[in-house]
Ligand binder design. Structure first.
Ligand code: ADP
Ligand code: MG
Length: 278
């Protein structure tokens, strides 16, 4: 990765809210094309604030966020959101138009694309998220939570950002809906080449989908690395009251029996078990 140029560079980033709350302290990170990253950490650790700094919604109090060569400090927000999209934790905080069409068209219209291109982008985004055209004239608030989330994601996709940050995509969704949304994000990553960042408290989801994990605590990065390596740092995770997935903990306790302590999923545990017994 190191010979590739990072798409996002965060250098000595500090962020304080206007009431004086220090939310981010000296954050440094690089994000590359095609990554699938999870931001984890206790509530209040700074995950959402960092995400909003990455897409230019917030400007650094100190330090720099450079996206695609543009410093967020002196780049208009419309240029930033074309590169990094942020899907709010609660889609209802993001949806404000009277019908789904206008909702998805809002971004492209805001960057003053001609109306025929707006139409093309709305139709494409709806197709990608699997939103039937029958919903175009519906008011977003009358749709199910799952559909509202699709509309929220489509409205971000319509700007065709390279990086898509989704804040707690599976919170409040049942197991089937969670898998559906995660498989969709995986497809955006693998087939359409988007860099995906998820913010989540669901460690099995992190283990299954994210290749890199950034652990945040008290406005700082406590660890940043491959998912397998980070889930072996029990003391770092404990600092932020997180534990690796149960299956990883089980494998770690069975290490003397020959199981790999960086096992991430039940399938991987099962494969090792089969090998030992064959
Ligand atoms: N609008 C705000 N005004 C003042 N402080 C805030 C605001 N939003 C968040 N904070 C504070 O900033 C810190 C980081 O919050 P946040 O980024 O939302 O964390 P996370 O997403 O990890 O839960 C917390 O101390 C939180 O209370
Ligand atoms: Mg948050």
């Amino acid at each position: 990765m190191s010979d590739q140029k990072p798409y996002i560079e965060v250098k000595n980033l500090w962020y304080s809210y206007t009431d004086g709350t220090l939310a981010l302290s000296d954050i440094n990170m690089e994000i590359y094309d095609g990554e699938f990253i999870a931001f984890i950490g206790q509530n209040g650790s700074g995950k959402t604030t960092l995400s909003k700094c990455l897409n230019g919604l917030f400007k650094p109090t100190r330090g720099d966020v450079i996206v695609d060569g543009l410093n967020s400090k002196n780049t208009p927000i419309v240029q930033m959101v074309r590169r990094v999209g942020y899907v709010f934790q609660n889609p209802d905080h993001q949806l404000f138009n009277n019908n789904c069409w206008d909702e998805i068209a809002y971004g492209p219209r805001n960057i003053e694309l001609p109306e025929d291109e707006v139409k093309e982008r709305v139709e494409e985004a709806a197709r990608v998220v699997g939103l039937d055209e029958a919903y175009f004239s519906e008011h977003p608030f009358f749709l199910s939570k799952g559909l509202r989330q699709r509309v929220a994601i489509a409205s971000i996709l319509a700007l065709r950002p390279k990086v898509i940050i989704v804040d707690e995509p599976t919170t409040g969704q049942d197991a089937r809906q969670s898998l559906e949304i995660m498989d969709f994000l995986k497809r955006l990553n693998e087939e359409l080449g988007h860099t995906i960042i998820i913010i989540t408290h669901d460690m099995p989801i992190v283990a299954k989908y994210a290749r890199r994990v950034v652990v945040m605590g008290n406005g700082r990065i406590l660890a940043d690395g491959d998912t397998r390596d980070v889930f072996r740092m029990s003391d770092v995770l404990a600092q932020t009251f997180l534990e690796p997935p149960q299956i990883t903990q089980l494998a770690q306790r069975c290490a003397t029996l020959g199981f790999s302590p960086s096992t991430l999923t039940v399938e991987e545990m099962f494969e090792q078990f089969e090998k030992m017994n064959s």
